[in-house]
Design a binder for this molecule. Structure first.
Ligand code: HEC
Length: 106
């Protein structure tokens, strides 16, 4: 009986630990359809957001550039695929999304 309980506790604490480490796409990204083309740690149609964060790490002005890019869309930085324009997302929401993306750098 005892080993089973110990295992259950170990498994539970493992789940808590990995839950705290795993970053999930925020609700705002789901709501605005970003998750259709982006994931945190792998390329989908667009680049992994972690790769985006690493690319612009320490680059002043990156946040404003990325906000503009999300608004207007575009291609050529990560490949031929294009990101569509997102003219309807509020500035505040775009800033929150970009802050989230840039927070993912390792
Ligand atoms: C239809 C697919 C698609 C959707 C939806 C999409 N993206 Fe993208 N995204 C892309 C592609 C493709 C690129 C690469 C563009 C390039 O190479 O210049 C990209 C690039 C980016 C970049 C990096 C830009 C750069 O110049 O380095 C950011 C940040 C980004 N997307 C955020 C978002 C956010 C936030 C949303 C949701 C509001 C979103 N994307 C929705 C396809 C998409």
């Amino acid at each position: 009986m005892q080993p089973i309980i110990v295992n259950a506790i170990a498994a539970a604490s493992l789940m808590i630990t990995s839950g705290a480490l795993a970053v999930e796409m925020p609700a705002l990204a789901k709501k605005n359809g970003c998750t259709g083309c982006h994931a945190i740690d792998r390329k989908v149609v667009g680049p992994a957001w972690q790769a985006v964060a690493d690319k612009y790490k320490g680059s002043a002005g990156a946040a404003n550039m990325l906000i503009a890019k999300i608004t207007k869309g575009g291609s050529g930085v990560w490949g031929k695929a294009a990101m569509p324009a997102n003219p309807r997302i509020s500035e505040a929401d775009k800033k929150e999304l970009v802050d989230f993306v840039l927070s993912l750098s390792k």
